[in-house]
Design a protein around this ligand. Structure first.
Ligand code: ATP
Length: 458
Protein backbone atom coordinates (compact mmCIF):
# COMPACT_ATOMS: atom_id res chain seq x y z
CA UNK A 1 0.00 0.00 0.00
CA UNK A 2 1.13 3.56 -0.55
CA UNK A 3 2.65 5.56 2.34
CA UNK A 4 -0.33 7.87 2.85
CA UNK A 5 -4.09 7.55 2.90
CA UNK A 6 -6.18 9.16 0.21
CA UNK A 7 -7.62 11.63 2.76
CA UNK A 8 -4.16 12.74 3.78
CA UNK A 9 -3.23 13.46 0.14
CA UNK A 10 -6.54 15.22 -0.59
CA UNK A 11 -6.12 17.54 2.43
CA UNK A 12 -2.51 18.27 1.65
CA UNK A 13 -3.32 19.14 -1.98
CA UNK A 14 -6.18 21.40 -0.93
CA UNK A 15 -4.18 23.22 1.77
CA UNK A 16 -1.33 24.07 -0.57
CA UNK A 17 -3.40 25.20 -3.58
CA UNK A 18 -3.06 22.15 -5.83
CA UNK A 19 -6.58 20.68 -6.06
CA UNK A 20 -9.88 22.08 -4.74
CA UNK A 21 -13.28 20.40 -4.63
CA UNK A 22 -15.31 21.74 -7.57
CA UNK A 23 -18.17 24.17 -6.81
CA UNK A 24 -17.31 23.99 -3.11
CA UNK A 25 -19.33 27.08 -2.09
CA UNK A 26 -22.43 25.32 -3.52
CA UNK A 27 -21.71 22.16 -1.52
CA UNK A 28 -19.58 20.78 -4.32
CA UNK A 29 -20.18 18.60 -7.35
CA UNK A 30 -19.45 14.96 -6.61
CA UNK A 31 -16.19 13.69 -8.08
CA UNK A 32 -15.28 16.93 -9.82
CA UNK A 33 -12.12 18.85 -8.97
CA UNK A 34 -10.52 22.19 -9.80
CA UNK A 35 -6.78 22.71 -10.13
CA UNK A 36 -5.55 25.65 -8.05
CA UNK A 37 -2.64 28.04 -8.68
CA UNK A 38 0.02 25.45 -7.82
CA UNK A 39 -1.89 22.49 -9.30
CA UNK A 40 -2.28 24.14 -12.71
CA UNK A 41 1.47 24.81 -12.89
CA UNK A 42 2.24 21.19 -12.05
CA UNK A 43 -0.37 19.86 -14.49
CA UNK A 44 0.94 22.06 -17.30
CA UNK A 45 4.52 21.00 -16.59
CA UNK A 46 3.51 17.34 -16.66
CA UNK A 47 1.75 17.75 -20.00
CA UNK A 48 4.72 19.71 -21.40
CA UNK A 49 7.15 16.99 -20.28
CA UNK A 50 4.99 14.24 -21.82
CA UNK A 51 4.75 16.26 -25.05
CA UNK A 52 8.47 16.92 -25.27
CA UNK A 53 9.36 13.29 -24.47
CA UNK A 54 6.77 11.50 -26.60
CA UNK A 55 5.96 13.94 -29.42
CA UNK A 56 8.59 16.58 -30.20
CA UNK A 57 11.38 14.41 -28.78
CA UNK A 58 10.79 11.50 -31.20
CA UNK A 59 11.80 11.65 -34.83
CA UNK A 60 8.67 9.92 -36.21
CA UNK A 61 5.99 11.65 -34.12
CA UNK A 62 3.70 14.61 -34.80
CA UNK A 63 0.95 16.27 -32.77
CA UNK A 64 -2.75 16.98 -33.17
CA UNK A 65 -5.48 18.95 -31.41
CA UNK A 66 -8.81 17.58 -32.63
CA UNK A 67 -12.36 18.56 -31.71
CA UNK A 68 -14.24 17.28 -28.66
CA UNK A 69 -17.55 17.17 -30.56
CA UNK A 70 -17.39 14.85 -33.57
CA UNK A 71 -19.84 13.65 -36.19
CA UNK A 72 -21.88 11.00 -34.30
CA UNK A 73 -21.10 8.44 -37.04
CA UNK A 74 -17.55 8.37 -35.64
CA UNK A 75 -18.95 6.70 -32.52
CA UNK A 76 -20.93 4.19 -34.58
CA UNK A 77 -17.77 3.17 -36.41
CA UNK A 78 -15.61 3.02 -33.28
CA UNK A 79 -18.13 0.79 -31.50
CA UNK A 80 -18.70 3.30 -28.69
CA UNK A 81 -22.43 3.71 -29.39
CA UNK A 82 -23.06 -0.02 -29.19
CA UNK A 83 -20.51 -1.21 -26.71
CA UNK A 84 -18.98 1.57 -24.61
CA UNK A 85 -21.08 0.37 -21.73
CA UNK A 86 -20.69 -0.85 -18.17
CA UNK A 87 -22.97 -3.31 -16.34
CA UNK A 88 -25.24 -1.32 -14.02
CA UNK A 89 -27.26 -2.55 -11.06
CA UNK A 90 -29.60 -0.55 -8.79
CA UNK A 91 -30.43 -1.07 -5.15
CA UNK A 92 -34.24 -1.00 -4.97
CA UNK A 93 -34.15 -0.01 -1.31
CA UNK A 94 -31.89 3.08 -1.34
CA UNK A 95 -31.81 3.72 -5.13
CA UNK A 96 -28.00 3.79 -5.25
CA UNK A 97 -26.45 2.59 -8.50
CA UNK A 98 -23.35 0.46 -8.86
CA UNK A 99 -21.08 -0.85 -11.57
CA UNK A 100 -21.51 -4.57 -10.91
CA UNK A 101 -18.05 -5.79 -11.92
CA UNK A 102 -16.31 -3.18 -9.73
CA UNK A 103 -18.70 -3.91 -6.84
CA UNK A 104 -17.83 -7.60 -6.95
CA UNK A 105 -14.10 -7.00 -7.42
CA UNK A 106 -13.98 -4.54 -4.52
CA UNK A 107 -15.01 -7.45 -2.26
CA UNK A 108 -13.47 -10.39 -4.13
CA UNK A 109 -10.45 -8.97 -6.02
CA UNK A 110 -9.23 -12.42 -7.09
CA UNK A 111 -12.41 -13.44 -8.94
CA UNK A 112 -11.84 -13.83 -12.67
CA UNK A 113 -14.39 -11.42 -14.12
CA UNK A 114 -13.98 -8.88 -16.89
CA UNK A 115 -15.97 -6.88 -19.43
CA UNK A 116 -16.92 -10.11 -21.24
CA UNK A 117 -18.46 -11.82 -18.19
CA UNK A 118 -22.17 -12.31 -18.90
CA UNK A 119 -24.90 -10.57 -16.88
CA UNK A 120 -26.16 -14.01 -15.77
CA UNK A 121 -22.75 -14.92 -14.38
CA UNK A 122 -22.41 -11.55 -12.60
CA UNK A 123 -25.86 -11.91 -11.05
CA UNK A 124 -25.06 -15.46 -9.97
CA UNK A 125 -21.98 -14.19 -8.10
CA UNK A 126 -24.06 -11.46 -6.42
CA UNK A 127 -26.57 -14.10 -5.30
CA UNK A 128 -24.13 -16.88 -4.37
CA UNK A 129 -21.97 -14.55 -2.29
CA UNK A 130 -25.02 -12.68 -1.02
CA UNK A 131 -23.44 -9.31 -1.81
CA UNK A 132 -25.50 -6.58 -0.17
CA UNK A 133 -25.75 -2.90 -1.05
CA UNK A 134 -22.60 -1.11 0.25
CA UNK A 135 -24.74 1.90 1.02
CA UNK A 136 -27.81 0.55 2.91
CA UNK A 137 -26.66 -3.07 3.43
CA UNK A 138 -29.95 -4.47 2.01
CA UNK A 139 -30.15 -7.24 -0.57
CA UNK A 140 -32.69 -5.80 -3.01
CA UNK A 141 -31.12 -5.65 -6.45
CA UNK A 142 -32.67 -4.89 -9.84
CA UNK A 143 -31.68 -6.83 -12.95
CA UNK A 144 -28.31 -5.90 -14.47
CA UNK A 145 -28.44 -3.72 -17.57
CA UNK A 146 -26.04 -1.93 -19.89
CA UNK A 147 -25.29 1.72 -19.27
CA UNK A 148 -23.64 3.76 -22.04
CA UNK A 149 -20.87 5.94 -20.65
CA UNK A 150 -21.00 8.65 -23.31
CA UNK A 151 -22.30 12.09 -22.34
CA UNK A 152 -24.99 13.15 -24.76
CA UNK A 153 -25.74 16.72 -25.79
CA UNK A 154 -27.60 18.57 -28.56
CA UNK A 155 -26.29 20.81 -31.29
CA UNK A 156 -28.24 23.91 -32.33
CA UNK A 157 -31.65 25.12 -31.20
CA UNK A 158 -33.75 21.96 -31.62
CA UNK A 159 -33.28 19.11 -29.17
CA UNK A 160 -34.28 16.18 -31.35
CA UNK A 161 -32.70 12.90 -32.43
CA UNK A 162 -31.00 14.49 -35.43
CA UNK A 163 -29.15 17.03 -33.31
CA UNK A 164 -27.67 14.54 -30.82
CA UNK A 165 -23.91 14.81 -30.30
CA UNK A 166 -21.57 13.17 -27.80
CA UNK A 167 -18.68 14.54 -25.78
CA UNK A 168 -15.72 12.39 -26.81
CA UNK A 169 -14.97 9.58 -24.34
CA UNK A 170 -11.39 9.29 -25.67
CA UNK A 171 -9.14 11.46 -27.80
CA UNK A 172 -8.01 8.56 -30.00
CA UNK A 173 -10.82 8.69 -32.55
CA UNK A 174 -9.91 12.28 -33.49
CA UNK A 175 -6.54 10.90 -34.57
CA UNK A 176 -7.95 8.00 -36.62
CA UNK A 177 -10.35 10.17 -38.58
CA UNK A 178 -7.49 12.57 -39.41
CA UNK A 179 -5.07 9.81 -40.41
CA UNK A 180 -5.13 10.62 -44.13
CA UNK A 181 -4.99 14.42 -43.61
CA UNK A 182 -1.99 14.10 -41.33
CA UNK A 183 -0.14 11.58 -43.47
CA UNK A 184 -0.66 13.47 -46.74
CA UNK A 185 -0.14 17.02 -45.49
CA UNK A 186 3.30 16.21 -44.13
CA UNK A 187 4.11 13.39 -46.59
CA UNK A 188 4.70 11.10 -43.63
CA UNK A 189 5.88 7.58 -44.13
CA UNK A 190 4.63 4.67 -42.06
CA UNK A 191 5.77 4.04 -39.33
CA UNK A 192 4.79 7.32 -37.71
CA UNK A 193 2.73 8.33 -34.71
CA UNK A 194 0.38 11.09 -33.64
CA UNK A 195 0.19 12.42 -30.08
CA UNK A 196 -2.66 14.36 -28.61
CA UNK A 197 -3.55 15.84 -25.22
CA UNK A 198 -7.16 16.74 -24.58
CA UNK A 199 -10.30 16.48 -22.50
CA UNK A 200 -12.40 13.31 -22.49
CA UNK A 201 -15.72 12.69 -20.79
CA UNK A 202 -17.18 9.47 -19.41
CA UNK A 203 -20.38 9.22 -17.44
CA UNK A 204 -18.75 6.74 -15.06
CA UNK A 205 -21.20 4.81 -12.88
CA UNK A 206 -18.82 4.71 -9.96
CA UNK A 207 -16.35 7.57 -10.17
CA UNK A 208 -14.16 8.21 -7.17
CA UNK A 209 -10.89 7.63 -5.40
CA UNK A 210 -10.22 11.35 -5.67
CA UNK A 211 -8.90 12.29 -9.14
CA UNK A 212 -8.28 8.64 -10.10
CA UNK A 213 -11.66 8.25 -11.79
CA UNK A 214 -13.66 11.34 -12.73
CA UNK A 215 -16.28 12.06 -15.37
CA UNK A 216 -14.26 14.86 -16.95
CA UNK A 217 -10.55 14.23 -17.40
CA UNK A 218 -7.67 14.75 -19.78
CA UNK A 219 -5.91 12.09 -21.79
CA UNK A 220 -2.44 11.99 -23.30
CA UNK A 221 -2.73 9.51 -26.16
CA UNK A 222 -0.54 8.29 -28.98
CA UNK A 223 -1.65 6.34 -32.02
CA UNK A 224 1.43 4.86 -33.67
CA UNK A 225 0.78 3.62 -37.22
CA UNK A 226 3.04 0.79 -38.32
CA UNK A 227 3.34 -2.16 -40.71
CA UNK A 228 1.20 -5.06 -39.40
CA UNK A 229 4.27 -7.33 -39.36
CA UNK A 230 6.12 -4.85 -37.11
CA UNK A 231 3.31 -4.21 -34.64
CA UNK A 232 4.45 -6.69 -31.98
CA UNK A 233 7.97 -5.28 -31.97
CA UNK A 234 6.59 -1.75 -31.90
CA UNK A 235 4.44 -2.65 -28.90
CA UNK A 236 7.61 -3.62 -27.00
CA UNK A 237 9.37 -0.41 -28.07
CA UNK A 238 6.49 1.71 -26.71
CA UNK A 239 6.44 -0.25 -23.49
CA UNK A 240 10.12 0.60 -23.02
CA UNK A 241 9.46 4.27 -23.81
CA UNK A 242 6.72 4.41 -21.15
CA UNK A 243 9.04 2.77 -18.63
CA UNK A 244 11.77 5.26 -19.57
CA UNK A 245 9.38 8.14 -18.95
CA UNK A 246 8.21 6.77 -15.60
CA UNK A 247 11.57 5.68 -14.23
CA UNK A 248 14.08 8.11 -15.77
CA UNK A 249 12.08 11.32 -16.16
CA UNK A 250 9.51 11.08 -13.37
CA UNK A 251 11.78 8.96 -11.17
CA UNK A 252 9.07 6.51 -10.07
CA UNK A 253 10.20 3.73 -7.82
CA UNK A 254 10.02 0.33 -9.53
CA UNK A 255 8.32 -1.23 -6.51
CA UNK A 256 5.21 0.90 -7.08
CA UNK A 257 4.74 -0.11 -10.72
CA UNK A 258 3.65 -3.47 -12.11
CA UNK A 259 2.50 -4.73 -15.47
CA UNK A 260 -0.78 -6.53 -15.99
CA UNK A 261 -0.94 -8.40 -19.28
CA UNK A 262 -4.54 -9.04 -20.35
CA UNK A 263 -5.36 -12.67 -21.08
CA UNK A 264 -6.35 -13.31 -24.71
CA UNK A 265 -9.93 -14.06 -23.67
CA UNK A 266 -10.24 -10.72 -21.86
CA UNK A 267 -9.09 -8.45 -24.69
CA UNK A 268 -11.34 -5.62 -25.94
CA UNK A 269 -12.92 -6.06 -29.37
CA UNK A 270 -10.25 -3.88 -31.02
CA UNK A 271 -7.14 -5.24 -29.33
CA UNK A 272 -4.77 -8.11 -30.06
CA UNK A 273 -2.63 -7.34 -27.01
CA UNK A 274 -3.09 -5.07 -23.98
CA UNK A 275 -0.90 -4.32 -21.00
CA UNK A 276 -2.05 -2.14 -18.12
CA UNK A 277 0.79 -0.39 -16.35
CA UNK A 278 -0.49 -0.35 -12.78
CA UNK A 279 0.42 1.92 -9.88
CA UNK A 280 0.13 1.24 -6.18
CA UNK A 281 -2.41 4.01 -5.40
CA UNK A 282 -3.66 4.64 -1.83
CA UNK A 283 -6.80 2.63 -2.74
CA UNK A 284 -4.70 -0.25 -4.11
CA UNK A 285 -3.12 -1.38 -7.38
CA UNK A 286 -4.97 0.10 -10.37
CA UNK A 287 -4.42 0.95 -14.01
CA UNK A 288 -2.30 4.01 -14.55
CA UNK A 289 -1.42 3.73 -18.22
CA UNK A 290 -2.84 1.50 -20.96
CA UNK A 291 -0.87 0.08 -23.88
CA UNK A 292 -2.79 -1.69 -26.64
CA UNK A 293 -2.21 -3.12 -30.08
CA UNK A 294 -5.41 -1.83 -31.72
CA UNK A 295 -4.57 -3.69 -34.95
CA UNK A 296 -6.28 -2.23 -38.04
CA UNK A 297 -9.66 -2.23 -36.29
CA UNK A 298 -10.28 1.54 -36.15
CA UNK A 299 -9.06 2.53 -39.59
CA UNK A 300 -10.90 -0.40 -41.20
CA UNK A 301 -14.07 0.45 -39.38
CA UNK A 302 -13.88 4.16 -40.29
CA UNK A 303 -13.23 3.15 -43.88
CA UNK A 304 -16.36 1.01 -43.83
CA UNK A 305 -18.62 3.65 -42.24
CA UNK A 306 -17.26 6.75 -44.01
CA UNK A 307 -16.86 4.96 -47.36
CA UNK A 308 -13.55 6.81 -47.83
CA UNK A 309 -10.32 4.98 -48.37
CA UNK A 310 -7.98 5.22 -45.41
CA UNK A 311 -5.39 2.84 -46.78
CA UNK A 312 -1.76 3.88 -47.01
CA UNK A 313 0.14 3.52 -50.27
CA UNK A 314 3.37 1.73 -49.47
CA UNK A 315 6.06 3.53 -51.51
CA UNK A 316 8.24 0.39 -51.50
CA UNK A 317 5.70 -2.03 -52.98
CA UNK A 318 3.21 0.44 -54.49
CA UNK A 319 0.45 -1.51 -52.72
CA UNK A 320 -2.16 -0.08 -50.38
CA UNK A 321 -2.66 -1.45 -46.89
CA UNK A 322 -4.27 -0.46 -43.58
CA UNK A 323 -1.59 0.12 -40.92
CA UNK A 324 -1.74 -1.44 -37.48
CA UNK A 325 -1.85 0.89 -34.50
CA UNK A 326 -0.07 0.83 -31.14
CA UNK A 327 -1.76 3.00 -28.53
CA UNK A 328 -0.14 4.16 -25.29
CA UNK A 329 -2.79 6.10 -23.37
CA UNK A 330 -2.68 7.77 -19.96
CA UNK A 331 -4.90 10.15 -18.02
CA UNK A 332 -3.22 13.42 -16.99
CA UNK A 333 -4.92 13.47 -13.58
CA UNK A 334 -4.23 9.79 -12.89
CA UNK A 335 -0.55 10.32 -13.64
CA UNK A 336 -0.56 13.47 -11.54
CA UNK A 337 -2.13 11.60 -8.62
CA UNK A 338 0.42 8.78 -8.88
CA UNK A 339 3.21 11.36 -9.08
CA UNK A 340 2.03 13.13 -5.93
CA UNK A 341 1.73 9.82 -4.04
CA UNK A 342 5.21 8.97 -5.19
CA UNK A 343 6.90 12.28 -4.36
CA UNK A 344 5.10 13.49 -1.24
CA UNK A 345 6.95 12.84 2.01
CA UNK A 346 6.91 13.87 5.62
CA UNK A 347 10.47 14.06 6.89
CA UNK A 348 12.08 14.61 10.26
CA UNK A 349 14.25 17.71 10.48
CA UNK A 350 15.85 17.83 13.94
CA UNK A 351 12.95 17.84 16.37
CA UNK A 352 10.64 19.15 13.71
CA UNK A 353 8.88 17.70 10.66
CA UNK A 354 8.57 18.99 7.13
CA UNK A 355 6.20 18.16 4.30
CA UNK A 356 8.08 17.98 1.02
CA UNK A 357 7.31 17.20 -2.59
CA UNK A 358 10.39 15.69 -4.24
CA UNK A 359 9.48 16.57 -7.81
CA UNK A 360 12.01 16.45 -10.64
CA UNK A 361 13.11 19.99 -11.58
CA UNK A 362 11.18 20.03 -14.88
CA UNK A 363 7.92 19.51 -13.00
CA UNK A 364 8.38 21.91 -10.09
CA UNK A 365 5.51 24.42 -10.06
CA UNK A 366 8.06 27.00 -8.96
CA UNK A 367 11.71 26.39 -9.77
CA UNK A 368 12.78 28.95 -7.23
CA UNK A 369 11.37 31.25 -4.54
CA UNK A 370 12.76 34.61 -3.51
CA UNK A 371 12.52 35.26 0.23
CA UNK A 372 13.60 38.63 1.66
CA UNK A 373 14.73 38.07 5.24
CA UNK A 374 12.92 41.20 6.40
CA UNK A 375 10.24 43.54 5.02
CA UNK A 376 12.95 46.19 4.84
CA UNK A 377 14.68 44.19 2.10
CA UNK A 378 11.61 43.78 -0.10
CA UNK A 379 12.65 46.29 -2.74
CA UNK A 380 16.06 44.71 -3.39
CA UNK A 381 14.60 41.16 -3.34
CA UNK A 382 11.96 42.27 -5.83
CA UNK A 383 14.67 43.15 -8.34
CA UNK A 384 15.94 39.58 -8.17
CA UNK A 385 12.39 38.29 -8.57
CA UNK A 386 11.99 40.38 -11.76
CA UNK A 387 15.35 39.17 -13.06
CA UNK A 388 14.28 35.51 -12.66
CA UNK A 389 10.87 36.08 -14.25
CA UNK A 390 12.57 37.72 -17.23
CA UNK A 391 14.68 34.60 -17.63
CA UNK A 392 11.38 32.73 -18.07
CA UNK A 393 11.72 30.68 -14.91
CA UNK A 394 8.68 30.17 -12.76
CA UNK A 395 9.39 31.93 -9.48
CA UNK A 396 7.52 32.57 -6.22
CA UNK A 397 7.99 35.54 -3.92
CA UNK A 398 7.18 35.08 -0.25
CA UNK A 399 7.56 37.66 2.48
CA UNK A 400 5.04 36.35 5.04
CA UNK A 401 6.15 34.69 8.29
CA UNK A 402 9.48 33.49 9.62
CA UNK A 403 12.11 32.30 7.17
CA UNK A 404 11.77 28.76 8.57
CA UNK A 405 8.04 28.70 7.86
CA UNK A 406 8.61 30.05 4.38
CA UNK A 407 11.13 27.27 3.66
CA UNK A 408 8.57 24.71 4.84
CA UNK A 409 5.86 26.16 2.58
CA UNK A 410 8.13 26.07 -0.47
CA UNK A 411 9.27 22.51 0.36
CA UNK A 412 5.63 21.44 0.55
CA UNK A 413 4.86 22.70 -2.96
CA UNK A 414 8.05 21.27 -4.40
CA UNK A 415 10.04 24.48 -5.06
CA UNK A 416 13.58 23.35 -5.85
CA UNK A 417 15.49 26.40 -4.57
CA UNK A 418 14.94 29.20 -2.09
CA UNK A 419 16.95 32.41 -2.41
CA UNK A 420 17.23 34.44 0.77
CA UNK A 421 18.12 38.09 0.52
CA UNK A 422 19.56 39.17 3.89
CA UNK A 423 21.23 42.27 5.35
CA UNK A 424 24.67 41.20 4.07
CA UNK A 425 23.34 40.96 0.51
CA UNK A 426 23.39 44.74 0.16
CA UNK A 427 27.13 44.66 0.85
CA UNK A 428 28.41 41.44 -0.74
CA UNK A 429 25.86 41.28 -3.64
CA UNK A 430 25.22 37.63 -2.80
CA UNK A 431 22.19 35.62 -1.68
CA UNK A 432 21.87 32.32 0.15
CA UNK A 433 20.57 29.55 -2.07
CA UNK A 434 18.98 26.51 -0.38
CA UNK A 435 18.35 23.20 -2.07
CA UNK A 436 14.94 21.60 -1.34
CA UNK A 437 16.18 18.00 -1.11
CA UNK A 438 19.54 18.32 0.63
CA UNK A 439 18.52 21.51 2.53
CA UNK A 440 22.15 22.58 2.02
CA UNK A 441 22.78 26.29 1.74
CA UNK A 442 25.47 28.17 -0.13
CA UNK A 443 26.23 31.76 -0.92
CA UNK A 444 26.15 32.79 -4.59
CA UNK A 445 26.52 36.07 -6.46
CA UNK A 446 23.25 37.75 -7.48
CA UNK A 447 24.63 38.24 -11.00
CA UNK A 448 25.15 34.46 -11.28
CA UNK A 449 21.73 33.22 -10.13
CA UNK A 450 20.36 32.42 -13.60
CA UNK A 451 23.56 30.70 -14.72
CA UNK A 452 23.56 28.70 -11.46
CA UNK A 453 19.97 27.53 -11.98
CA UNK A 454 20.56 26.63 -15.60
CA UNK A 455 23.77 24.76 -14.85
CA UNK A 456 22.43 22.87 -11.85
CA UNK A 457 19.53 21.48 -13.85
CA UNK A 458 21.12 20.56 -17.16
P1 ATP B 1 -10.46 1.89 -16.34
O1 ATP B 1 -10.37 0.39 -16.50
O2 ATP B 1 -9.72 2.43 -15.15
O3 ATP B 1 -11.85 2.43 -16.47
P2 ATP B 1 -9.95 2.09 -19.10
O4 ATP B 1 -9.26 0.80 -19.41
O5 ATP B 1 -11.37 2.27 -19.46
O6 ATP B 1 -9.70 2.51 -17.57
P3 ATP B 1 -8.80 3.52 -21.23
O7 ATP B 1 -10.03 3.63 -22.01
O8 ATP B 1 -7.75 2.57 -21.70
O9 ATP B 1 -9.12 3.26 -19.71
O10 ATP B 1 -8.18 4.98 -21.08
C1 ATP B 1 -6.79 5.23 -21.09
C2 ATP B 1 -6.34 5.95 -19.84
O11 ATP B 1 -7.17 7.09 -19.57
C3 ATP B 1 -6.41 5.11 -18.57
O12 ATP B 1 -5.27 4.29 -18.44
C4 ATP B 1 -6.45 6.19 -17.49
O13 ATP B 1 -5.15 6.67 -17.21
C5 ATP B 1 -7.26 7.29 -18.16
N1 ATP B 1 -8.68 7.25 -17.75
C6 ATP B 1 -9.66 6.45 -18.24
N2 ATP B 1 -10.83 6.69 -17.64
C7 ATP B 1 -10.60 7.68 -16.72
C8 ATP B 1 -11.41 8.38 -15.79
N3 ATP B 1 -12.70 8.16 -15.69
N4 ATP B 1 -10.83 9.32 -15.00
C9 ATP B 1 -9.50 9.59 -15.11
N5 ATP B 1 -8.68 8.97 -15.99
C10 ATP B 1 -9.21 8.02 -16.78
Amino acid sequence: MSKFTQDKIVNYLKNYGFVFPCSEIYNGLANAWDYGPVGVLLKNNLKALWWSYFVTGQRNMVGLDSSILLNPDVWKASGHLSSFTDPLIDCKACKQRFRVDKLILSLYPDLKINEKTSFNDLLKIIKDKHITCPSCKKFAWTEIRNFNLMFQTYQGVVNDKKSVLYLRPETAQGIFINFVNIQRSLHLKVPFGVGQIGKAFRNEITPGNFIFRTREFEQMEIEFFCYPKDSEKSFEVWLEKIKGFLYKHLMFSKTNIKLHEHAKADLSHYSSRTIDIEYNFPHGWSELWGLANRTDFDLLSHEKYSKKTLAYLDPKTNKRFIPYVIEPSVGVERLLYALICEKYAIEKVGNDEREVLHLPYALCPYKVAVLPLSNKLEKQANKIFEQILKANLSCAFDITGSIGKRYRRQDAIGTMYCLTYDFDSDKDHCVTIRNRDSMKQERIKISEIIAYLNKANK
